[in-house]
Design a protein around this ligand. Structure first.
Ligand code: FA5
Length: 334
């Protein structure tokens, strides 16, 4: 009989769907699809009961009730089973087991060293100032007494940035030195000045064990009446010894920077040789003139130190590239 076949197909399909449901939501969907009061497929079966002949009626009615009961019971049983599984999963969690320790990172070694630099210079009475990493030519060169034809301004030796300012005739570049912040500070403050500024600088240098195209500098500037070269040497020597230890050997070598006169290069002993760690000198009167300070009244010293080089010496790292490779085996040691 066709009607009974339809009942059997309904039952098989419903029981399969019940078994396949793996959570309460899926099971509820099965219930609505097959047994839903409004549009469940069971409604079609009910209509079929109405089409049975009087002789067929008793058998059809009986089978209809059986099918309905069997699907309802299967739904209830599966619901119970799923509930038990969830409670069991929850009770599998043993609160007495030791937890998994989360991996907590730490500050990059360069950042750690910068924090210590700020702290040390703070003890010498230097406050911390900041400046932008994208600079104009006035702050990176002109006010620092670096004329237009100076080789340091060669576009091939700098990272000029292509943007609207360039089109408007105001070229900008990634600063090649933190000395830019000397100018910004003096433009906005009157002497006495005693500041340090730490941050990134960028140069298209050939990368090797001691050179990176992005590195960090600490700039220092002290301006007042009667500031002397002896004070500069004292501050730098004390600073280097405080950070690297009293045994570190520092030497000052005559040099040239357009923005200081006289100028020195600062080296530290590195094994059997010397490594340059920074430049320094007495602020050139032309720089004072560019920011509106009276060179007759004030003198000052300035220095710019390579932070990576200090960090390398401090931790015994022999290649600057290690700091930027993001190798956890290296970084986790600090
Ligand atoms: C300067 O940048 C001057 N502005 C320093 C200065 C400031 C002089 C104030 C006088 C007064 P120099 O180019 O030498 O100078 O760089 C300073 C230090 O930065 C170097 O001694 C070195 O330690 C570090 N340095 C320079 N180039 C790199 C590089 N490519 N990678 C890593 N460190 C570098």
């Amino acid at each position: 009989m066709d009607i009974l076949n339809s009942f059997n197909e309904f039952e098989t399909a419903a029981l399969q769907a019940v078994t396949a449901a793996t959570d309460a939501d899926a099971l509820e969907k099965v219930r609505v699809e097959f047994m839903g009061q409004k549009n469940g497929r069971v409604r079609d079966l009910q209509k079929l009961v109405g089409t049975a002949t009087p002789e067929q009626k008793p058998a059809v009615g009986k089978r209809f009730n059986e099918v309905r009961t069997s699907v309802s019971s299967a739904l209830d049983a599966r619901a119970e089973q799923l509930k038990l599984q969830t409670t069991k999963a929850a009770s599998d969690f043993d609160v007495t087991l030791p937890g998994e320790r989360p991996r907590i990172g730490h500050l990059h070694p360069i950042t750690q060293v910068m924090t210590e630099f700020r702290e040390l210079m703070g003890r010498f009475g230097f406050t911390v100032v900041d400046g932008p990493e994208i600079e104009d030519e006035r702050h990176n060169f002109e006010a620092l007494n670096i004329p237009e034809d100076h080789p340091a301004r060669d576009p091939l030796d700098n990272f000029y940035v292509a943007c609207a300012s360039v089109a408007a005739g105001r070229p900008v570049l990634l600063r090649s030195q933190t000395s830019t912040v000397q100018i910004r500070t003096m433009e906005s403050t009157q002497p006495p000045v005693r500041v340090v500024s730490l941050g990134r600088v960028y140069r298209p240098d050939t990368i090797d064990a001691t050179h990176s195209c992005m590195f960090h500098q600490m700039e220092g500037l002290m301006v007042d009446r009667h500031v002397t070269m002896a004070q500069l040497k004292t501050v730098l020597s004390l600073f280097a010894r405080s950070f690297l230890g009293p045994e570190v050997e520092i030497r000052f070598r005559p040099s040239f920077f357009p923005f200081t006169e006289p100028s020195v290069e600062v080296d530290m002993k590195w094994g059997d040789s010397w490594m340059e760690i920074g430049g320094a000198g007495m602020v050139d009167p032309n720089v004072f003139a560019a920011v509106g300070y009276d060179p007759e009244q004030y003198t000052g010293f300035a220095f710019g130190l390579g932070i990576e080089r200090f960090c390398m010496k401090h931790y015994g790292v022999d290649d600057i590239r290690r700091f930027y490779e993001n190798d956890m085996r290296f970084l986790a040691q600090f």
